[in-house]
Design a binder for this molecule. Structure first.
Ligand code: C5P
Length: 225
């Protein structure tokens, strides 16, 4: 059996009720959810607190990228709600402010390295490969005291080798044979775990499945082979 990783379901829904139905449907099978920009405007702090009170773990994926003062306070606000983890862009100033904002709380700060919907064409504008860009940003996250990074499963192994202390969370997960949709740097759940991922973010392969609970249980089962 490979190392275990936690599955996080991306609640990419346009309203709160659809998100709540999915949370209820997955109850006990998966209790770790990502709230991102699509759902973000349709929920409030009471909603997030009520989920945490029900024992759900929340990953707030707003990918903060702003001046230090704003990032620090936004992160402190989110941490006060008790979210398990959140994302900021892996830029030096942003990471530094986010780590400060989360200080003395249990909220984990993750730096987004390079989106999984981007490929080598994106990296050419920086004059390097995707791998080098991801590693540069992972190094900043590591050196500035963040808890982890968001990266594609393709980069998970090298990040874990170079920065063993960093947790790696990978979106871009597609079960064998599934449509990759807009994602470019994808792998199966089992391969992401083999590469060392600690957390797998999975949205549409579960939320748009005919039977989301069964899809989640199947992925969890496949991941622990
Ligand atoms: O539906 P799918 O499994 O592609 O959803 C992936 C989720 O992970 C989305 O909510 C997307 O915003 C998020 N994400 C990503 N790539 C990143 C960071 C976050 O796909 N690098």
């Amino acid at each position: 059996m490979t190392k275990k990783a936690e599955i996080i379901v991306a609640l990419d829904f346009p309203d709160k009720n659809q998100a709540l139905s999915m949370i209820d449907e997955l109850d006990g099978a998966c209790d770790f959810f990502k709230i991102g920009m699509e759902l973000g405007l349709r929920v409030d702090d009471e909603f997030i607190k009520s989920l945490i009170a029900r024992g759900k773990k929340i990953f707030l994926d707003y990918k903060y990228h702003d001046i230090g003062n704003t990032v620090e306070k936004a992160v402190a606000n989110a941490a006060e709600l008790g979210v398990y983890m959140l994302t900021v862009h892996a830029e030096k100033q942003v990471l530094e402010a986010a780590v400060k904002g989360a200080k003395s709380t249990n909220t984990k700060v993750f730096g987004v390295t390079v989106l999984t919907s981007l490929d080598e064409d994106y990296a050419t504008q920086y004059g390097c490969s995707i791998k080098d860009l991801v590693l540069r940003r992972a190094a900043w996250a590591h050196d500035l005291g963040a808890d982890g990074v968001i990266a594609s499963p393709h980069e998970a192994a090298i990040i874990k080798t170079q920065f063993p202390a960093l947790k790696v969370c990978t979106p871009g997960i597609r079960p064998a044979g599934a449509d990759s949709q807009d994602q470019k740097r994808v792998t199966t759940p089992a391969d992401a775990i083999k590469a060392g991922a600690d957390y797998l973010v999975i949205g549409r392969p579960i939320t748009q499945a005919e039977n989301p609970r069964q899809a989640a249980l199947q992925i969890i089962d496949d991941s622990s082979q």
